[in-house]
Design a protein around this ligand. Structure first.
Ligand SMILES: NC(=O)c1ccc[n+]([C@@H]2O[C@H](COP(=O)([O-])OP(=O)(O)OC[C@H]3O[C@@H](n4cnc5c(N)ncnc54)[C@H](OP(=O)(O)O)[C@@H]3O)[C@@H](O)[C@H]2O)c1
Length: 336
């Protein structure tokens, strides 16, 4: 490898996991406001494979225009290699983690030995966890934080005209659907931290995992239909989402809230009749919020679970694992 190139996973066209190639790429140049990170681990998120496929399920107007070759990956943990002159707050050798440039696409990204990241997207890595665990946190943690605790930005919401508003959780009953996945298992712990009673919905194999993380009740959706057996809930965070999310309206009390993570909600009239606040949002990079999540990780208040790890070169296999579903925690690529 020359002094100016690195190993990266790149793709030259949209498609299935087979379009991911482990190859040489230029080390990204550092721009104003950026930090060059030697990546140690990269967390995998659903938007990685949506982008790999070209967001083919979105209306054409919404599909991103990208330049190939494309490098995927927002969630990194690593060590600062260089810092732009105008950046304060990070030094060479610092261990950092972050969700880089999400939701924008096309610039330096994470499936690589180096990433040039906006300093504002990064936080110091919690000392008590390793790079694999830190890389597993950013998108899942920030999604939980921005939906449940504080939105933290004023950017337009692509899913609805108004900004998303978290609701108070102290003493409330919160149902989390898809509770064992990346977002679900962290959101569960944030809701417990805020003083909620949490009902976790997942397939049966995740029960002991979710009870260990603090779930007060567990519903195996392969045996029971949650909306048939639950009522009077204050908030449903639906980490599965999509058109079926409206079925949770009948689990909620009047004045309750439904937060689907994935678009497709189509029962606005029914929600209005029931007095239920339905809201979604697009997670956005935020280093300051990540620092707060880092403090919870250091304190052991929030733990992140690793479903599986793969070497960077095997990103294709990691995407295949992701497509198999039933993920418990996060899938992470090890770079160093
Ligand atoms: N709005 C945003 O900004 C934002 C941000 C992050 C993620 N998301 C979206 O949120 C969704 C979840 O993301 P993630 O990273 O948590 O995904 P993930 O890690 O793949 O987890 C999904 C979980 O859902 C469970 N599940 C699947 N079908 C289910 C069902 N019918 N009922 C209950 N649970 C079910 C799966 O396990 P079991 O089936 O074994 O229980 C798995 O644990 C994705 O669609 C993602 O695109 C949106």
């Amino acid at each position: 490898m020359s002094a100016y190139t690195m190993k990266a996973i790149r793709q030259h066209e949209f498609g299935g996991p087979e379009v991911l190639h482990y190859e040489e790429a230029p080390i990204p140049e550092l721009k104003t406001g950026e930090v060059l990170v030697r990546v140690h681990a990269v967390g995998i998120n659903p938007p990685d494979w949506y982008l790999r496929e070209g967001y083919k399920d979105l209306p054409p107007d919404w599909q991103p225009v990208v330049e190939f070759p494309l490098i995927l990956g927002s969630d990194v943990s690593g060590v600062v290699e260089a810092v732009a002159e105008d950046v304060l707050g990070f030094s060479i050798g610092d261990e950092v983690f972050g969700m880089v440039r999400f939701p924008s696409t096309g610039e330096s990204m994470g499936y690589a030995e180096y990433v040039a990241a906006p300093a504002s997207d990064l936080a110091l890595k919690p000392a008590g966890i390793d790079h694999v665990h830190a890389a597993a946190v950013p998108m899942a943690g920030l999604t939980g934080w921005q939906f449940l605790i504080e939105l933290g930005h004023t950017e337009a919401n692509p899913f609805q005209p108004e900004a998303h508003r978290p609701v108070p959780l102290q003493g409330k009953t919160v149902l989390i659907n898809g509770a064992a996945g990346g977002v679900g298992h962290i959101a569960l712990q944030l809701a417990k931290w805020q003083g909620a009673h949490v009902i976790a919905v997942a397939s049966g194999k995740h029960e002991s995992f979710l009870r260990m993380l603090g779930a007060d009740e567990f519903i195996d959706y392969t045996k029971n239909t949650p909306e048939d057996i639950v009522s009077n809930v204050d908030l449903v965070l639906d980490a599965v989402g999509g058109p079926a999310t409206g079925r949770f309206l009948r689990t909620l009390k009047q004045g309750g809230a439904l937060f689907p993570l994935f678009m497709g909600f189509a029962d606005a009239d029914e929600a209005a009749n029931l007095g239920i606040y339905v809201s979604s949002a697009q997670v956005r990079s935020n280093g300051l919020q990540l620092a707060e999540i880092g403090r919870l990780l250091d304190a052991g208040t929030v733990r992140v679970a690793i479903d599986s790890t793969f070497p960077l070169a095997d990103a294709r296999m990691a995407h295949e694992r992701s497509a198999d579903g039933h993920i418990q925690g996060k899938i992470v690529l090890k770079v160093v």
